[in-house]
Design a protein around this ligand. Structure first.
Ligand code: ZN
Length: 191
């Protein structure tokens, strides 16, 4: 089942997600619905807040991208097809001190038509759980590291416009205002 995606400035996007403690069928169904919603919207990542739930839960699927990146999942390198779409529960990201950063253009399904450069760490390490509650570690770089950081930000109520490069940010002011207005007029109500 495809879910409605909430747009900026729906307040749920600013809510920090609650830690998930129950790993039941309800969680699996929500994650499955989020994957379907992400695919239908041609996105590469989707956070629970974007479908109206303030939870520590997001989904990622980079199988369709041509970007080059590297990863180690639980110390091995399984093919992307084996672990994507990924369901990420209760993630914690760590970035090495003085890790190289890069500025790359991003978009977000909660900000249709709006894109802009965001500076983020090129590589991260993360710990998370899968929908069965099993713990995993992920070391990755490039687009996967970027997507992971973008989604984990969502789970903490942080949006890509908050991190957008300062010189660029004012250029989207008008588009943001229009989006806030449109969202108010036809707001998708969080469930
Ligand atoms: Zn987003």
């Amino acid at each position: 089942m495809s879910l409605g995606i909430v747009h900026y400035n729906n307040p749920v996007l600013r809510r920090k997600g609650e830690k998930i403690t129950v790993f039941d069928d309800g969680l699996t169904s929500l994650a499955d619905a989020m994957i379907e919603t992400m695919h239908a919207a041609h996105g590469i990542g989707l956070a629970a807040q974007q479908v109206g739930h303030a939870l520590q839960l997001c989904v990622i699927d980079l199988r369709g991208t041509e970007a080059e990146f590297d990863w180690k999942l639980d110390g091995a390198k399984p093919p992307l097809e084996l672990f994507m779409p990924m369901v990420v529960v209760n993630p914690k990201v760590s970035v090495a001190r003085k890790a190289p950063t890069e500025s790359v253009e991003e978009g977000c399904l909660s900000f249709p038509e709006i894109r802009g450069p965001v500076t983020r760490a090129q590589a991260i390490s993360a710990k998370f759980q899968d929908p069965s509650g099993l713990p995993h570690t992920l070391d990755c770089n490039g687009l996967l590291a970027r997507c992971f950081q973008h989604e984990v930000d969502h789970l903490n109520g942080i949006l890509f416009i908050d991190r957008m490069d300062k010189e660029f940010r004012p250029t989207i002011d008008e588009a943001l205002k229009a989006l806030v207005k449109a969202t108010k007029a036809g707001q998708v109500v969080p469930k």
